[in-house]
Ligand binder design. Structure first.
Ligand SMILES: NC(=O)c1ccc[n+]([C@@H]2O[C@H](COP(=O)([O-])OP(=O)(O)OC[C@H]3O[C@@H](n4cnc5c(N)ncnc54)[C@H](OP(=O)(O)O)[C@@H]3O)[C@@H](O)[C@H]2O)c1
Length: 209
């Protein structure tokens, strides 16, 4: 699959590397495609990756991944241009800059994004765990859970497949309004990791009989 990734930071580059390794074609969309950080991320990803402008990556992707800081997300979407009909995988968390809380109250970034790009097929995914788990989500043979939600079934299938490709067990959390649950779940992960001493290498797992 052709995947456009808007934002080639910690999350974007980790996901891109995993998918390129799995045989997908990746294009990172960055603000400065000729800058040193763009060439560094390209070199780290290896074959199967390209870098371009944010709108190049949006046009390239059969699916588009949004991995920007929340405060930059609206500008990034404006730069992306036409996302009509595309699965848009939203990894963002609407964190306050000091990570102390979410900015959104009892709604979600994903629902806000869906109003900014109403014809994109938004799926919330890859926000409830740290980037280390995106690089390796398997603990002693057990796949970490990756929750996702959205209102478009086909877009959700694509997102779930991309999570599976990285080694996660995807779990459907329902409609896009469930992002109101998944974004605070990211706060729980952050709290456990940074305030409760668990560190960054633990993951959430749904267990079933
Ligand atoms: N880090 C994690 O473990 C983790 C886990 C789950 C979810 N998240 C969420 O994922 C998102 C990305 O996090 P991150 O840790 O990857 O952040 P990061 O390392 O700071 O990377 C963010 C990237 O976004 C780019 N960017 C900033 N403004 C932009 C704009 N207007 N247009 C296009 N690109 C822009 C930055 O590019 P420049 O280099 O040009 O500034 C940078 O490459 C955040 O919303 C975060 O809450 C993070």
């Amino acid at each position: 699959m052709r995947i456009g990734i808007i934002g080639a930071g910690t999350v974007g580059s980790t996901l891109g590397k995993g998918w390129a390794k799995h045989g997908h074609q990746v294009m990172y969309g960055v603000r400065d495609p000729r800058g040193t950080s763009a060439s560094r991320v390209l070199a780290a990803t290896g074959t199967g990756a390209q870098v371009g402008s944010v709108s190049d990556a949006a046009a390239f992707g059969t699916a588009v991944v949004l991995a920007t800081p929340w405060q930059a997300t609206r500008d990034a979407l404006a730069a992306a241009g036409d996302l009509d009909g595309k699965p848009l995988l939203d990894c963002t968390n609407p964190l306050k800059p000091d990570l102390s809380d979410l900015e959104t109250g009892h709604t979600s970034a994903a629902e806000q994004i869906a109003t900014w790009v109403p014809r994109a097929r938004v799926v919330k995914i890859f926000n409830t765990t740290g980037a280390e788990n995106m690089a390796n989500p398997v603990y002693a043979g057990q796949a970490a859970t990756m929750f996702y939600c959205g209102d478009d079934g086909a877009a959700k299938e694509i997102a779930a497949g991309l999570a599976r490709d990285l080694g996660f067990e995807p779990v459907d959390a329902g409609p896009l309004t469930s992002a109101r649950l998944l974004e605070p779940l990211a706060m729980l992960w952050i709290t456990l990791a940074f305030r409760q001493g668990l560190g960054r290498t633990f993951a959430f797992k749904v267990l079933r009989h």
